[in-house]
Write a protein that binds this ligand. Sequence first.
Ligand code: FDP
Length: 346
Amino acid sequence: MQTESSTLGLAGNTLATSGSLKTLEQFIIEREGEAPGSTGQFSRLLRDIALAAKVVERDVRKAGLVDIYGETGVVNVQDEEQKKLDVLAHEEFVRALRRGGEVCLIGSEEHAEAIPLQFDDCQGKYIVLFDPLDGSSNIDVNVSIGTIFSIYKVPDDHVGRVTVEDALQCGRKQVAAGYVVYGSSTINGVNGFTLDPSIGEFLLSHPNIRTPETGRLYSINEGNYNSWERGLKEFIKWMQEDAPEDDRPFTTRYIGSFVADFHRNLMKGGIYIYPANTRNPSGKLRLMYEANPMAFIVEQAGGAASTGNGPILDVEPEALHQRVPVYIGSPDLVERAKRFLNGETS
Ligand code: FDP
């Protein structure tokens, strides 16, 4: 399997029923079979993640029927109100990864510290960082939300004695990353799988996705306009200008769930921006389990991801929950955004 560097996009809950489609499990086994010396641990890890995703998808679907909407009354490490579904999703992923035995360290948006997992022989080779439920503010209103995950290897000399610092590896060292969109949309990573609810399997629905070179969608919370730097204001103005010769004005689309905004732009072409601003000098999104996995995916799909200064994947991590400005999407637009930030005007 090309697994050690592959990107995985798991599917949300749209229908894709075809007897001839390949299941996620078949896809993983085939790829793993191609990798010399593979032990099967990585395949089992992806299977565990897929299982947790199915359980969370079920919880998201029934949230309106049972008492799992709303806040827990607890504020998480990000100073945000924890939702009941945030906590449920966190617990489901931790449970699945703990049971599987391939992972020895977990970092989650919903937990202040990295969580070491203890096993009898402690031979798990992988570290998983994740945002169990991205777009929490959309949970109660039936708008797409999702899970984002990032997989790293335990450094060879730390297998069996991992430390929490091992979670802080540069984005380029990811061995895989993925996201799941729960809700009414189909989904892609580089390879996209859609959950067929009638058989409970993820099916390969979108192989080898490439994101468009450029696009006409931009996604940013314009309510923060006054706190943006000048170059960003100029870039947004450029996208809004009337210039039919190069297909402007662009169209704005902002769901407010990174995972869903990212997914749409990956498919259609565009740029998602969560910039630094005067209130949040490092932006809002978290490097380790939001920006890095999506940057890994977008680069493999032919796109780009930048902090505005340089590639997100080259940021040296200092803390599990550190934030980073994000410009991500079609390479042409990310490049243009960087030019505007540097004072150019086109
Ligand atoms: P949320 O706080 O609802 O979890 O990850 C943070 C995030 O959502 C992203 O999914 C989303 O794009 C962004 O924050 C929305 O932030 P704003 O409300 O500031 O636009």
